[in-house]
Design a protein around this ligand. Structure first.
Ligand SMILES: *Cc1c(COP(=O)(O)O)cnc(C)c1O
Length: 367
């Protein structure tokens, strides 16, 4: 297949896979790592390298631990069970932050919330967190609405509530920008979006305070989970293992993917992500028929760009029309399924890919 016409997915997730994945899968097979015991020294080396490459790329502070789980939704449950003794407080600005909130309801954490209008972020002045809430949950990049919470907003919450733990969902920004780890205690993401990997792996990056809290909760007899608690994850992680047999191929590929990303460096990846986002939003400004869903510039995600379609054009129509171009975009999320499309801008999407999708869109909806 001609490289200039190869299939590219701009669906936010699962999204386009990273360019060299085929090579890395072949290598995994050649090295026979997938038939090893997950308790073997050789597979432990695969786990260790994956953690090391993640740590190097993101500059994860030395006192933060890295754990592998199954998904981001699972990570929400682990955060709530292990880091919330009383009530959780949720900043809700879309479907994934709402999912975090409903997990807390299921787990009987009596959660409270501040809900933003769809397509909007929060102002710091709006945020009033009651004293009885000991865990603050937020979605740094809301994939459903394309709203990004700036790091200085999280910093303000941290400074005002130094006693509370913060759990931050970075599923659709992970790998695309620097993460200011000190501002929260429990960061998590899954790998099928910004990391360009197949689905089926979640990553948790947890502070010492998060682990201490889990230890205190367990000592008090709280239910911190029997499958993946922070304590069982930590116990096995010290031996570069996981409590259950993990998705070994995904961990192998994650290690390879981040080794490649380390060679580029997070600053360069971030710079290119911002530039591509600027290209996309600039293109949108010149499209009278299309509108960005997120109006306030400061609230706009760099990585997920929801676009409001004109009357009479629904997302299926656009997606069908993109097929001959060998491209796909995401539909809107849930209630916006028909009226919006979403274009993802991840590190695996090159500048040329962005150009291809905007040109194809021009030919479909262009003035
Ligand atoms: C996709 C997504 C999730 C869910 O990820 P899973 O891997 O399906 O658990 C959670 N949060 C955000 C922000 C997402 O984009």
């Amino acid at each position: 297949m001609d490289a200039a016409n190869k299939f590219i997915s701009f669906n936010p997730g699962p999204s386009q896979l990273y360019l060299e994945i085929e090579e890395d899968i072949k290598q995994a097979l050649e090295e026979h790592v997938l038939s090893l015991s997950h308790r073997s020294e050789k597979f432990g080396e695969v786990v260790r390298k994956a953690k090391e490459n993640l740590r190097t790329y993101f500059s994860v502070p030395a006192d933060y631990r890295i754990f592998f789980v199954s998904s981001a939704i699972e990570s929400m449950e682990i955060a709530l069970r292990n880091c919330c003794a009383q009530k959780s407080f949720h900043l809700v600005n879309g479907a994934f932050s709402r999912r975090f909130f409903s997990s807390a309801q299921h787990l009987k954490k009596s959660p409270l919330h501040l809900t933003a209008e769809e397509g909007h972020g929060f102002t710091f002045e709006q945020v009033k967190i009651p004293a009885e809430c000991d865990l603050v949950c937020l979605t740094q990049n809301e994939t459903s609405t394309g709203v990004r919470l700036p790091y200085d907003f999280i910093d303000n919450i941290r400074k005002k509530h130094p006693d509370k733990l913060i759990a931050a969902d970075i599923v659709s920004s992970a790998a695309t920008e620097r993460v200011l780890f000190e501002l929260a205690d429990f960061w998590f993401f899954s790998v099928q979006k910004g990391c360009g990997l197949p689905a089926g792996l979640g990553v948790i990056i947890a502070s010492k305070r998060a682990l201490t809290k889990a230890r205190v909760l367990a000592a008090q007899g709280a239910d911190i989970g029997s499958y993946h608690s922070l304590l069982s994850l930590d116990e096995f992680s010290q031996k570069h293992q996981t409590p259950a047999t993990p998705n070994m191929l995904a961990i192998y590929l994650l290690g390879k993917r981040f080794k490649r990303l380390v060679q580029v460096g997070v600053e360069a990846v971030e710079k290119e992500s911002f530039e591509k986002a600027k290209t996309l939003y600039g293109w949108l400004d010149n499209q009278p028929a299309l509108k960005p869903f997120v109006k306030n510039l400061a609230d706009r995600s760099f990585t997920v760009i929801p676009i409001v379609l004109p009357e009479g054009k629904n997302s299926n129509l656009i997606r069908e029309a993109l097929k001959p171009h060998n491209l796909t975009v995401g539909s809107g999320y849930r209630s916006f399924k028909d009226s919006q499309i979403r274009i993802a801008n991840f590190p695996q999407h090159s500048k040329e890919d962005i150009k291809r999708v905007t040109e194809a869109m021009d030919s479909i909806v262009g003035s």
